[in-house]
Design a protein around this ligand. Sequence first.
Ligand code: LMR
Length: 398
Amino acid sequence: WFSQVEQAPKDPILGITEKFLADTDPSKINLGVGAYRDDNGQPVVLDSVREAERRVAGSHFMEYLPIGGLRDFIQESVKLAYGDSHPVLKEGQVAAVQSLSGTGSCRLFADFQKRFMPGSKVYISEPTWANHFNIWRDAGVAFEKYRYYKPETRGLDFEGLMEDIKNAPSGSVFLLHACAHNPTGVDPSPEQWRAISRAMAERGHFPLFDMAYQGFASGDCDRDAQSIRIFLADGHRLAVSQSYAKNMGLYGQRVGCLSVVCDNQRDASAVESQLKAIARPMYSNPPLHGALLVTKILQDAELKQMWFKEVKGMADRIISMRSLLRQQLETAGSPLSWRHITDQIGMFAYTGMTGDMVDTLAAKHHIYMTRNGRISLAGVNTKNVARLAEAMHAVTKQ
Ligand code: LMR
């Protein structure tokens, strides 16, 4: 039956973990997948999550969730994204369903786009998270790339981005990273977001915000959602994909939320019903446990404060690793400018190293990262940073 089936290529991000695991060198370092580690290189379960688990333990409720997920979870999630008392929430304009984390939210939206925004394309930043392409391809939606990153300045290609917004056919979907752009770590400033929002409104484009890192960029959940709030203030209809993988460390629980801001309550209800109709044959209904944990945390003022502190703690450790890595590269004698490492934000440093350099780092130094030169700073700590800097210097010197 299956002799004609070819081996699928390895995933450019999760495939790195497989290579890392196969390396037997004890000093190996994994800077591939974006998953938080503490200063000892260990995965972290947040205290707020532990407390929520205690509160959930012993529950006799193991029933199916509704197709759209846990109501309280959804309510808390949209408040976190849009702001507690935003008018779009008060007016019932938001359609929302619990999703299977960021990938699941994006996939639900992509399928919705295919059915209800016929002929529209999705515009994806160049570069972006590799899985974005797979998601829209499998949903059967055509994509185009928009300019985003300028290698010469290692910053935002603002002019290119604005031009691409103007030139895209009216009614296109623009996939935007709400904060902590993956992989570049380059975010527009609030003024730039305002200009982007105005240009998109003029052209009648539809923004979809992928928000996988709320709280993880600046340490402040409201600040990290400011791009969305700016667009809302301009009267946009938009969609938001939320994930609790990074900011609550609930990676394997697959817990997220997709919301769509509509013109009115009638439209929101219709859109929500269609999102459920897409979810039902795909996975029937979403998983329970992670949604209960998030709800416990967000509904309880004390636990929520505890979580805010913890997410800030993670963001701060990453920010301090940026400075340390830059400093160690200078100490190692690198004459190159590594300023971009401290200018960027979020979980990743987009180093500018080439695919060949990345291959040498793996083969000679047992240091693993994606071939686009992206480092997950979560894998950097005070114990391995000097070795990492020396290896980076070795592969980047002429
Ligand atoms: C990453 O970019 O490393 C993360 O978003 C994990 C993933 O699923 O790719």
